[in-house]
Design a protein around this ligand. Structure first.
Ligand code: PCA
Length: 218
């Protein structure tokens, strides 16, 4: 199994993005899956094309995207990507779309195709607070999530994809009053637990498919 894990670069005046910091510390083999890393620019449009090129080149089985959600307390596994760009701040190339559909011809939303509840449970069992999130926002993270799900639905529905938002790192919270934050190693533990859940749910599905096949024959 090949898993492409992506992380955004810093934006909005931050010196780091926890997503990219986590990427650098991930093990390259998790629960038997090979991990491929990709840094993604926090830019509308470019973020989607960069991930799609990597998908076409590497042909992964799973795409797991990671982004920073400053202000959140937990690791949050996103459920849905919606067809709208509505930027509160400019991206890293000064684009600031307001109320603009990502694809005017596309459906309103796509559900993530990864086992989000299993991922949340695995992260919690690894000792890290986590929950399902029903909105990835309307900035570049949601844009990328929708864009990738839209591309895969049309071109490669066998490839599964999803998104995890992580809080600020502890050092990013310094000077921001009452701002929640999380340590880097804790975030790495959470992401590795989520990946382990993805791998085991895929192998369970495979097993039950084989079982169904042999039952039919008998
Ligand atoms: N978080 C932003 C975009 C890049 C990132 O890491 C977001 O939540 O949209």
């Amino acid at each position: 199994m090949k898993i492409l894990v992506t992380g955004f670069d810093p934006f909005g005046g931050e010196k780091v993005n926890p997503a990219f910091e986590v990427l650098k510390k991930l093990r390259k083999n998790i629960a038997g899956a090979k991990i491929f890393l990709l840094e993604v620019p926090t830019v509308f449009g470019e973020s989607i094309s960069k991930v799609i090129s990597a998908i076409e080149e590497q042909k992964p089985d799973v795409v797991l995207m990671i982004g920073q959600a400053g202000g959140r307390y937990e690791v949050t596994v996103e459920r849905i990507g919606i067809n709208i760009d509505d930027a509160r701040i400019p991206d890293n190339k000064q684009n600031q779309p307001i109320d603009k559909p990502i694809d005017p011809e596309g459906p309103a939303a796509y559900f993530v195709t990864l086992p989000i509840k299993d991922m949340v449970q695995a992260i919690r069992e690894a000792g890290v607070p986590a929950s399902v999130s029903n909105s990835a926002g309307t900035f570049v993270c949601n844009h990328l999530l929708y864009g990738v799900l839209h591309y895969l639905a049309k071109n490669a529905p066998q490839i599964k994809a999803g998104f995890i938002h992580i809080p600020f790192l502890i050092e990013q919270a310094i000077g921001k009053t009452n701002m929640p934050s999380m340590g880097l190693n804790t975030m790495v533990t959470a992401i590795e637990a989520a990946i382990t859940a993805i791998v085991s749910s895929a192998s369970q599905k495979k097993k039950s498919a084989v079982k169904a096949k042999s039952t039919k024959k008998a």
